[in-house]
Design a protein around this ligand. Structure first.
Ligand SMILES: CC(C)(COP(=O)(O)OP(=O)(O)OC[C@H]1O[C@@H](n2cnc3c(N)ncnc32)[C@H](O)[C@@H]1OP(=O)(O)O)[C@@H](O)C(=O)NCCC(=O)NCCS
Length: 200
C-alpha cells in the first residue's frame, strides 16, 4: 500500500523538486534527454518559488522521497519584480545568451532567463496568484494532483488571495483536462486558465 502524503515544503526538498521539474519538463513528459544542464530548467520553473514563497510550496512524498510538488506566487506582479531584482541577475551572469547552441532546450531556458514572460496587468489584477504543478508519472492520475492543489489553494485563501491563474502548453492535453476538472476556466485560448481560490 502507498504511504504517499502531501506536506509543506522544507528546504531539504529543493534538489528533489528540481529533479521532478526536469523529469516532467517536456510538456509534462521527461525532459532529461533534452538538457545538458540538469538544473537549468528548475531555476526557471521551481527554484524561484521555493526561495521567495516557501509557505505556498507543497510536496508529494512516497517512502520519504519527493515525487511531486506544487509551487506558486500569491502575488504575480510582486513575484516578477523580485525575479528582476534578485533571482535573475546572478543567473544571467552564470548563463550568458550564448551559453548553449541555438535551438537546444537549454538555449530556450537561457532565453527565458534573459527575456522572462511578463504577465499582462489585467491577468495579474484579476487572478493575482499563479502556480506550477508536476508529479512523476507513477504518481499521476491517483488523486494526488488534486490533493496538492487543495493544499495550495488553502494557503492562498489563508493569505487573503481570491483567485489564481496557470499557464499551460496546448501540447499538454492531460494538464488541460486536469485544470478543467478542478474548476479552472479558459482565460486565453486554452493556454491560460483561472479560478477562484474558494472551494469549487
Ligand atoms: C497534470 C497533473 C498535475 C495532474 O495531476 P494528477 O495527480 O495526475 O491528477 P488527479 O489524479 O489528482 O486528477 C484530478 C482530476 O483530474 C482528472 N485528470 C487528471 N489527469 C487527467 C488526464 N490526463 N486526462 C483526463 N483527466 C485527467 C482526473 O480524472 C481527476 O478527476 P476526478 O477527480 O473527477 O476523478 C499531473 O498528471 C502531472 O504532473 N503531469 C505531468 C506534468 C504536467 O503536465 N504538469 C502541468 C504543467 S501545466
Amino acid at each position: 500500500m502507498s504511504d504517499a502524503i502531501v506536506r509543506p515544503f522544507t528546504p531539504g526538498d529543493a534538489d528533489a523538486c528540481y529533479q521532478v521539474c526536469l523529469r516532467t519538463g517536456d510538456h509534462g513528459a521527461d525532459a532529461t534527454a533534452l538538457h545538458t544542464d540538469p538544473r537549468l530548467i528548475g531555476e526557471i520553473w521551481v527554484g524561484p518559488y521555493l526561495e521567495r514563497w516557501p509557505k505556498h510550496a507543497f510536496v508529494l512524498t512516497e517512502e520519504s522521497t519527493v515525487k511531486g510538488y506544487i509551487v506558486g506566487a500569491p502575488d504575480t506582479a510582486e513575484h516578477e519584480r523580485w525575479l528582476e531584482q534578485e533571482w535573475l541577475p546572478p543567473l544571467r551572469l552564470r548563463y550568458p545568451l550564448d551559453a548553449f547552441p541555438a535551438g537546444t532546450a537549454d538555449a530556450d531556458c537561457v532565453r527565458l532567463l534573459h527575456n522572462p514572460w511578463k504577465t499582462p496587468e489585467q491577468l495579474a489584477s484579476g487572478w493575482p496568484a499563479h502556480l506550477h504543478i508536476d508529479l512523476l508519472p507513477e504518481m499521476q492520475q491517483r488523486g494526488y494532483g488534486r490533493a496538492l492543489m487543495n493544499a495550495f489553494l488553502a494557503s492562498l485563501r489563508e493569505a487573503g488571495v481570491a483567485a489564481v491563474h496557470v499557464g499551460v502548453s496546448s501540447a499538454n492535453p492531460g494538464a488541460i483536462a486536469f485544470y478543467r476538472r478542478l474548476g479552472f476556466r479558459d482565460l486565453h485560448g486554452g493556454t491560460v486558465w483561472g479560478r477562484a481560490t474558494d472551494p469549487a
